[in-house]
Design a protein. Sequence first.
Length: 558
Amino acid sequence: MAQIFIGGAWPYANGSLHLGRVAGILPGDVLARYHRAKGDRVLYVSGSDCHGTPVAVSAALEGVSPGEVAGRFHSEFVACFRQLGFSYDSYTRTDQPFHHEGVKELFLRLLDNGYLYPKTVSQAYCAADGRFLPDRYVEGICPICGAKARGDQCEQCSTLLDPADLQEPVCKLCGRTVEWKPTEHYFLALSRFQEKLESYVAEKAVHWRENAVYLTRRYLSEGLLDRAATRDLDWGVDVPLPDTEGKKIYVWIEAVSGYWTASRQWAEATGERWEDFWVETPEGTDIQSGEQGITAYYVHGKDNVPFHTLIWPALLLGAGKLHLPDRIFASEYLTLEGRKFSTSSNWAVWVPDLLARYDPDSIRYYLIANGPEKRDANFTWREFIHSHNGELLGAWGNFVNRTLAFIAKSFDSRVPLGQLPVGWAEEVGALYLAAGERLEQGRMKEALEGIFAAIRDANKYFDARKPWAALKEDPAHCAETLYICVQWMVNFANLLEPFLPFSCAKLRRMLGVTEEPRWALVAVEAGQVIGPVELLFQRIDPSRIGEEEERLTASLIR
């Protein structure tokens, strides 16, 4: 039994979830559901990033405490992820004492191992506000591409930055030009990991998406620089050292450490062993089962690539004896009706609003089938509604409904007797194998399309066999057609469950299947009572396209 760790990106608890945020992390839930069905031990964790500068900035602009902002949006995130079917084993938050203590422990391990050192530096300071400014409180012009950028990273070209690198730096809160004052901070000796990380990337990058490989190799070719690990802040995790009052552990160290602290928190709550997902013997076998080792997936957007492929591995190497990321699945960006999502101008599809009007499986399907897996993707209301009506309803829902309604009407709601054709089991087994391999390689879209291709073939089979015509002329032929369609159906429910958990659960109930989904061939016996038959999906009136487009335009803050 393999040990599968899945770390989903931690959304900033500074505003409502929009569809662009969910697009980058949904593949993590697909992986978790797949590996559970396969029989692997899975630990799937994430949480709300409550200490990020965006939270503090939002709180300052609202005139409330950062904790109030973080708590409000954390509660909203929990509700949204539950409604979307995310199956986290642990979804936590970074402003909890458990997380704080774990981060401090990791900080001290890095210090004891010689990978943190003190250094006096000039830090951005706002005289108007009377405070040192963290990186994200500083905005200016990127020296590489000339775009507007934050003090930690340019979103346009993905260059990692320091506020001192920016041209024309100003305070984000008041807009005034920043000053520079000396202050002492601890630095992570990232440059000392250059060779180890080059070797690590050479070994692991074969399992990463192309964007992660490209960006990581670019940073390595430029040479890694030491980075400040602490900052002068009043919101975050305290530096656990004497004479460091008013200093916090930098969020880019603290937030990624949440994968480890959330795992430990899960273990404390359940009595399980977090070590099984984080510590290996020298031979690479799991320390408890002695069978297969650990595979660690990290799922996030491409703006988080260097933090997961370089900084987090460096922290794990520096701490010692902790498992490094194996597979990096970084999504590209999702745009909205041809424009970049903008929370400030309200150009967004907000997840709470979307869930109030549409089926969660419709949202999940669209984000995998049409999402930003390998390149930027564009969400349009036209495509969203047509994909629901055309694929979910027209292919998948139609196959289920036409088969089960026929059985309910003509066979007294009992699965008729039939025999599977020669080679059928091998064909379905190959579908499981191909879909599984694609999922493990991060090719979610291909896996889903392969399953839907089989569903379309099953619909063609139903049409070609004409069971409605055979019912009186050749009842055995009709019965066998429906029997085979039911066997397709129950296996499609297994194959699609990672993507569409709600509709697949509904179908299993209609088929009388009580066992949990598994990634293997299953069957429904002849004579099994089905029902009551329900539609998996309702048709969405295309007039909703115009309504949604008008709602979006009307909400735009110009």
